[in-house]
Write a protein that binds this ligand. Structure first.
Ligand SMILES: [Fe+2]
Length: 389
């Protein structure tokens, strides 16, 4: 039965210009010049800073007389203190724009810094759940460049940052801050280690699944979710086995971008729980999602029944019911060597209630197709800690 009401009126937004192609990173100096960016600050995460392509990007910019610098004091789960440090670095360096480059954390760090770079606001005034601040000076131009496929975070200003006081990962954004472009170059993803290829790829898969299962009339996003899932389903195992396959890397990068856009609709309990597990135990986001996914699918089973056939067809190229879909998903997780419980990635069973309460407040919980009480969340978390599939 169709739960969507086509008599509703809706407002859809569509993100930003996207340039895709192998070696398109070489165009960055020209892109900066065209947009009159003279002192861009590159923001990335600690682990990406020393990658060979990062040095080349800086050299290319300098060769084109573009004075850039790099800020890389961003953790795998970015923390508010790091964002404030980034703002000081931006101001002291008299920068005029931000290039957010990296996996989810690097890009989220850059995006969060861009929200407060030109003002003296508290980062948490930009929390997603609050009404947007009205009186603000303009935001710096922002370019997003993903180096994983991925986070899908390149087309929006939304960023997940840990609030160090609350011990919660929260979403910050402003509707008026949008990247001026997303630059997608699959060559940047080729050197990604095998485990991160699997974890970030599964994150992209979960984005598509959770977004498609959100019950709202957002057909633009639904189309992107299914096409993104198709590209990911047909290429994730290939890039895991053959990391140098640039064609498959390209398909994954586009797939990740599409499922990333699709979660304009919202996400679900996988992300709600994963955000808080990440904030408390500093676990890798995609890996955490991958472990949690099967139990949330089970929880949502009856509510997502009408969506399963389309998703099974997109990802696995065959029609299927819930049981087929569930077993196909767990098979992919097994092949990608995803652990079968959260205990194996360092999550203890002594904070289940705290995690459940925090997850219930995450914005992703509000769009899950089935409402979840604290007790429901506790049950799901308990299972994922001990036996997730
Ligand atoms: Fe995610």
């Amino acid at each position: 039965m169709n739960k969507i009401n086509f008599l509703d009126s809706v407002d859809w937004s569509f993100p930003v210009p996207i340039s895709y192609g192998p070696n398109r990173i070489n165009e960055l100096p020209d892109i900066c010049k065209t947009n009159n960016l003279r002192r861009p600050l590159l923001v990335t995460d600690k682990s990406s800073k020393d990658l060979p392509f990062m040095k080349k990007i800086l050299q290319d910019l300098h060769r084109s007389s573009i004075k850039s610098d790099i800020f890389s004091d961003i953790s795998p789960n970015p923390i508010d203190d790091e964002i404030y440090k980034g703002r000081s670095f931006y101001k002291e360096g008299k920068h005029d724009s931000i290039i957010a480059i990296g996996g989810g954390s690097g890009m989220d760090g850059g995006k969060a810094i861009s929200l407060i770079a030109n003002n003296s606001e508290n980062l948490w005034d930009f929390e997603y759940e609050k009404s947007p601040i009205k009186k603000l000076s303009s935001f710096p131009p922002l370019i997003c460049i993903p180096t994983t496929a991925g986070t899908g975070a390149e087309t929006e200003s939304t960023a997940m940052v840990t609030n160090s006081e609350l011990g919660m990962k929260l979403c910050v954004w402003h509707p008026k801050q949008k990247p001026i472009m997303a630059l997608l170059d699959p060559c940047l993803t080729v050197s990604l280690p095998k485990n991160l290829t699997a974890w970030t790829g599964t994150d992209a898969l979960v984005h598509g699944i959770e977004a498609f299962c959100v019950d709202s009339l957002y057909s633009v996003a639904d189309g992107m979710a299914l096409q993104g899932l198709n590209l990911i389903g047909n290429n994730l195992l290939e890039v895991y086995k053959n990391p140098d396959n640039l064609n498959a890397r390209g398909a994954m990068l586009i797939g990740s971008c599409l499922t990333g856009i699709s979660f304009l609709k919202g996400l679900g309990l996988v992300h709600a729980i994963s955000h808080m597990v990440g904030a408390v135990y500093d676990t890798q986001h995609g890996l955490t999602n991958a472990v949690i996914l099967p139990q949330v699918l089970n929880y949502n089973k009856n509510e997502i029944r009408s969506k399963i056939n389309s998703m099974n067809f997109s990802i696995f190229n065959e029609p299927g019911n819930f049981d087929n879909f569930y077993s196909n998903i767990t098979q992919i997780l097994d092949t990608l060597d995803i652990p079968d419980n959260l205990e194996k990635i360092g999550v203890k069973d002594n904070k289940i209630t705290e995690l459940a309460m925090k997850s219930s407040k995450d914005s992703a919980a509000f769009t899950n197709p089935k409402k979840a009480s604290i007790e429901d969340l506790e049950k799901i978390i308990k299972k994922t800690i001990k036996k997730a599939r």
